[in-house]
Design a protein around this ligand. Structure first.
Ligand SMILES: CC(C)(COP(=O)(O)OP(=O)(O)OC[C@H]1O[C@@H](n2cnc3c(N)ncnc32)[C@H](O)[C@@H]1OP(=O)(O)O)[C@@H](O)C(=O)NCCC(=O)NCCS
Length: 340
């Protein structure tokens, strides 16, 4: 008799079988989501919140990997108190789930998801999200993947807002006129030594995830020179935009799935101080980021995880991939319910 399928988290003290997981990921996802080793490491081992037990594996009796789920919880709160990150307490994320193509429609995905949900609940989660995590892989469920949408909808997740990744050309005909639109602000790339000023701007204006993510970006070798700044007439930072090039130390979300495309850049996030809104500086700083990437010889760019399709459309960007937010509460068991 063949041994049953074993499902469980990577045990404490055991190393994560990175190569096996990446190989299965590549067979499970389509050509639009081909993961490489660097991205995998960045979004697991190099995520300060990551624990090996956040990966749950399904293996057959002979040890072959049949499926996996990566969950996430934000665990870095103690290191960053007072930064408005408390709102992420109780959030549990299904960061990625995959079952090998030969093993689908046998209930394995559902079984992996159930174990992931129990693990997240045991670790304090009260609401579950598909994607969206810190150091995320996806902003939600990829809409073009019917199996994934049906899978989560059928597992009690409520489907919500659509989010898109947008692709566009780095064409001076789009970005040059926009750069000249306002006389109240100017744009330039950040300068070495300006890191503290950028983080101070972010902690005042966008305390929470953008501040945290940008600090991590800088700590892990991201360059301030890849941050476009909106500068007011008093020489103060009023806005920011991150952009990414191939080969950068930090793989920006816009470049997650473009590792085979050496002439593509990534753009985002972007944020402006309230006082700087309504001046055209939002589009202006995107144009500055486009110009920065263009000057590095790149031809196209992807802007990730946005609902602002019309806004970025003015600079020539169009939806390339669409995701749907998916969430469900964890309904805690009433004590004694199963104890009869
Ligand atoms: C999504 C995925 C993990 C589902 O794994 P699975 O083992 O086939 O799922 P299950 O057998 O447990 O299916 C559970 C339910 O999901 C739904 N479902 C799964 N695949 C489906 C499909 N192709 N079409 C329609 N419904 C589907 C069904 O309701 C199914 O129940 P049923 O078989 O009783 O009708 C798998 O298709 C996969 O690995 N896809 C590629 C990776 C991916 O897209 N991951 C999601 C984004 S992170």
């Amino acid at each position: 008799m063949s041994k049953p399928i074993q499902i469980g988290p990577v045990q404490a003290g055991m190393s994560v079988p990175d190569r096996e997981i990446i190989a299965l990921w590549k067979r499970s996802f389509g050509p639009e989501f081909q993961l490489d080793e660097a991205l995998w490491q960045q979004n697991t081992a190099k995520d300060p919140s990551f624990l090996p037990s956040d990966i749950i594996l399904a293996r057959d009796g002979s040890g072959t990997l049949l499926g996996f789920v990566v969950v996430k919880i934000f665990r870095d709160l103690l290191n960053h108190p007072g930064e408005k990150l408390e709102r992420y307490a109780g959030f549990g994320y299904i960061a990625a789930i995959a079952v090998s193509p030969e093993q689908r429609r046998k209930g394995l995905g559902r079984e992996l998801l159930a174990q992931a949900e129990t693990y997240l609940a045991d670790n304090g989660a009260t609401t579950l999200y598909v994607g969206e995590s810190f150091r995320h892989f996806f902003p939600g469920v990829p809409v073009h993947n019917r199996a994934a949408v049906e899978f989560f909808a059928g597992s009690g997740y409520e489907l919500g807002t659509l989010e898109s990744d947008l692709d566009g050309p780095l064409d001076p005909a789009f970005f040059e006129p926009v750069l000249k639109a306002s006389n109240k602000v100017t744009y330039r790339q950040g300068l070495p030594g300006e890191e503290a000023a950028l983080l101070s701007f972010l902690s005042r204006t966008f305390p929470g995830r953008w501040h945290y993510d940008t600090r991590l970006f800088l700590e892990q070798g991201g360059s301030i020179e890849d941050v476009s700044l909106v500068i007011d007439l008093q020489d103060q930072i009023q806005g920011f935009l991150l952009s990414y090039k191939p080969g950068d130390k930090v793989i920006g979300p816009g470049r997650y799935w473009l590792n085979e495309k050496p002439d593509w850049g990534g753009i985002g996030p972007l944020g402006l101080n309230k006082d700087a809104r309504g001046l055209g500086a939002g589009l202006g700083v995107v144009a500055a980021g486009m110009q920065h990437l263009y000057r590095h010889g790149l031809k196209s760019a992807r802007i990730d995880w946005t609902t602002l399709v019309d806004f970025y459309g003015k600079l020539g960007f169009k939806p390339a991939l669409t995701y749907q937010r998916a969430t469900r509460p964890i309904i805690s068991k009433v004590k004694g319910e199963d104890d009869v």
